[in-house]
Ligand binder design. Structure first.
Ligand code: C2O
Ligand code: CU
Length: 472
């Protein structure tokens, strides 16, 4: 194996302890760890004063939590904010009591109080953590971090790097974050920021992945933005896609389509750096039509030996394959938004037209006609599944907006996007629905509990696009 990346060249907050990629060296965390929800300030270039943020451990993203498959995770979260919070471990299969949904799986952590999250890291993969209390605001203000579980035998790479992508919406005159909870944002695309960030730093060519010619880099991407989707391409490179939402997929090239990351989604890439020393290549996002980072080759002779031919297939996690013969079928109809056909929603059992719903309840979306308040927490389950049974869910996006639909505590197998089977077997915890799309997934009911099923455009979730799937 060639020399490891110079850690100073790799992005700060999220650069993995690289030694831990070597078997037996630099063991991942064990024992209890503290995590503190707290306010902090952050100076962004070009703004008059530091911007107030809400963070974990005073940083955005919060600390990268890294474990090894099978480890016991113990994180004591202390809330030093002025309002209640929780932590949800997105994509991590935990018992319901550790799922971090206030009013459903636990009471919210009050200011000054703590909560100990404890669970086994069942699955290896790239996951993340964020509050589930007023998520659109708490995540939007900067509360999120990556959560990585290494495989027992990771694939060989010279470096393991994580980029947490996000954005924030600031008032450039005052440096403050723009007000949260505006119905116009909630009823349309969600809150799209005016500063895109990579590991908390403003995106652009200055954000560099410094590599040496001949290196193979595993690049884990997390989209922690509340509403922005990314469609990335790597100039001069065609990365291998090796995992979606932490679960291995048949390794394949990203190709011309690029790498799509709706809010909440993750993709693991492998970048073979075969170009020449001294060169630099743009990483661009087609959504914002902007360069978000650069792959920069150091002026050093290429590695004598490279890993370009090493296997890329990740060891699978123990996901139970769906039992298609005995599966039950369900439909999920998504409606609403301030630019679609007229909609009547059910709010607490009452039928209300969309515009009145928006005005009087701040709700703008329905799931099977119900519009559910984030803080209502009297969720009548959308569906109740018996543990171990298979369910085929067809989600129909009857709106002009994108919806990355996320199910807690489970992975589903994507069966079809608009009637077409995906080219590779995709296990995901968050599936991307473009406007008017129809997507079908199969899920095997796993752990008992009430599991949230919601759009990960967090403003949409806050404005009604959420429900609960009960497993018993
Ligand atoms: Cu990442 Cu219920 O969310
Ligand atoms: Cu949505």
């Amino acid at each position: 194996m060639g020399p490891l990346l110079n850690r100073r060249g790799v992005l700060g907050a999220c650069a993995a302890p690289l030694l831990s990629a070597l078997p037996g060296v630099g063991r991942a965390q064990a024992g209890e760890r503290a995590l503190r929800a707290v306010e902090a300030h952050r100076q962004f270039p070009g703004l008059p004063v530091p911007t107030p943020m809400w963070c974990f451990d005073e940083a955005t993203p919060g600390p990268l939590l890294r474990y090894r498959k099978g480890d016991r995770v113990a994180v004591r979260v202390r809330n030093d904010l002025k309002q209640p919070t929780t932590v949800h471990w997105h994509g991590v299969r935990v018992p319901i009591a550790m799922d971090g949904v206030p009013g459903i799986s636990q009471p919210a952590i009050k200011p000054g109080e703590s909560f100990l999250y404890q669970f086994d890291a069942r699955d290896s993969g790239t996951f993340w953590y964020h509050p589930h209390q007023k998520s659109f605001e708490q995540v939007g203000r900067g509360m999120y971090g990556a959560f990585i579980v290494e495989e027992a035998r990771p694939i060989e790479a010279n470096a393991d790097v994580c980029w947490v992508l996000s954005d924030l919406l600031v008032d450039r005159a005052t440096g403050a974050q723009a007000p949260f909870g505006r119905i116009h944002e909630h009823a349309t695309r969600g809150r799209i920021g005016n500063i895109v960030t990579v590991n908390g730093r403003p995106a652009g060519r200055e954000v560099t992945l410094d590599v040496r010619s001949g290196q193979r880099v595993r690049l884990r991407l997390v989209n922690a933005a509340t509403a922005r989707a990314f469609l990335l391409s790597f100039e001069g490179h065609d990365p291998h896609v090796i995992a979606f939402d932490g679960q291995g997929v048949t390794p394949h090239r990203a190709g011309k389509e690029g790498v799509l990351l709706g809010p909440g989604m993750r993709v693991d890439l492998v970048l073979d750096c075969a170009d020449a020393p001294g060169k630099s290549f743009a990483v661009s996002d087609a959504g914002s039509r902007a360069v978000i980072a650069a792959v920069r080759y150091r002026d050093e002779a290429p590695l004598a030996a490279n890993l370009f031919k090493a296997p890329l297939q990740l060891a699978p996690n123990d996901l139970v394959p769906p039992d298609m013969k005995n599966a039950q079928r369900h439909e999920v109809a998504i409606r609403g938004g301030d630019a679609g056909p007229p909609v009547i929603g059910l709010v607490d059992g009452k039928e209300i037209p969309l515009h009145e719903m928006m005005r009087t309840h701040g709700l703008a979306w329905t799931v099977n006609t119900h519009a559910t308040h984030e803080e209502a927490h009297e969720h009548v389950p959308l569906f109740t599944f018996k543990r171990g049974t298979t369910h085929i869910i067809t989600m129909q996006n009857g709106t002009a907006f994108i919806h990355p639909m996320h199910l807690h505590g489970h992975f589903f197998r994507v069966l079809a996007y608009n009637g077409q089977a995906p080219r590779h077997d995709e296990w995901r915890d968050t599936v991307f629905l473009n406007s008017w799309d129809e997507v079908t997934v199969a899920v095997v009911a796993d752990e008992p509990g009430d599991w949230m099923f919601h759009c990960h455009v967090l403003e949409h979730a806050a404005a009604g696009m959420m429900g609960v799937i009960r497993v018993e």
